[in-house]
Structures are given as C-alpha cells and as structure tokens.
Write a protein that binds this ligand. Sequence first.
Ligand SMILES: [Fe+2]
Ligand SMILES: [Fe+2]
Length: 203
Amino acid sequence: MNLERIQELAFKIMGKRKSHLNREKGFIYYHGQRVANLSLNLRKRLFPDDSSKDDIMFAGALFHDVTKGIEPHNITGAQVIKSLIPHECTDAQLEEISEIILLHNARNREKLPPPIRVVQDADVLDHFGSLEIWLKFMYSAHNEESVHDAIRLWESKEHKQYLQESRDSLNYNLSKAIFDRKMSFHLAFQQRFRMELNGQFDG
Ligand SMILES: [Fe+2]
Ligand SMILES: [Fe+2]
C-alpha cells in the first residue's frame, strides 16, 4: 500500500471540508492524521512484534470519520471508502479498512480484532489533553462564548461524567494511563485558567 498517495488522497477529500458546524475546515483530515499516527504508536507499545496490520490500521484511522456529518457516519464511511481508494489496495485490504471505519465507534468491543480496538482508543484519546482545549476554544469562537462559558463547562458535573465515560470506553490500560496524563495536564490548565479569570496569581 502506498501510504503517501493515500494521505494525498485523504487531504484532497477532507483537507478543506467543513464536517461540523462548530469546527474549522479540515478538522476531520487533521484528526484522522493524528488518530492514524497515534494508532501506530499505540500498536508499537501494545504489540511490539506485530506490524502486519499497520498499513490497514493507518488507512482505516485516516479515513475513519471521512463522512462525518452524513450520519450514521460509521456506516456511510464504511461504504464510501470502497469507492475512494479501490486502486490503492487489494480487495481484502479494502474490506478490513472498511471494517475499521464501520466499527470505530462500536460498543461491546471485547471480541473485535486489535487494529480496530487500537483505532477506537486513539480516536477517543485525540479529544483530550491539549486538543480538548483547542476543541473548546474553537467551539467558543464559533458560538461567541465568553471565557467564563468555557470554564463553566469544564467545571460542570456533566463534563466530569463525560470524562469518566470516555475513560471507561478505552480498551487498553496503556490508553487509560495516557488519558490520565492528559487529564492532569488539562486540570492544571483549568485551575490556572480559573485563577487568572478571578484576577488571582500564584507565587
Ligand atoms: Fe467518528
Ligand atoms: Fe473520530
């Protein structure tokens, strides 16, 4: 599989597309790139001796949200991918890529093969840490929210529940450990943000 050509194709299809009202154009392309790279890095740590599915996993992760906005996007995406990259891989590879897209947001995951479970975790993880700050600020910009609206969300009960549910949805302990480090960074940012919004300072 020529991953360079596949990435060029991905940019052509998603690089300028607005898939979500509250997100910038191309979000889904860069999200796909991050999820693809993170999936590879997770695989190297979780299954260091098995790189056999790397190309399939990378392509599936890259395109996992290709039809975001045309819901249910896992089903539409799994269909559409078959006409997007048919000349880049074999039919069998295309089937597996399509399956990653179809199941990237599935629940009851225990029996799914590792490449799908790894992409699922990478997809969840990409919404937290520094990216969570970016997402919230972009949302606020699109909705003309104040800084207080942003901090109010992070300090709300609903948000804590969302964090818990997201953590619980992760398949691997390694992913949970990464999530926890992202959370401690975010909490430190959140506390400092609150302090500065209150006109306080440290030291
Ligand atoms: Fe998705
Ligand atoms: Fe996603």
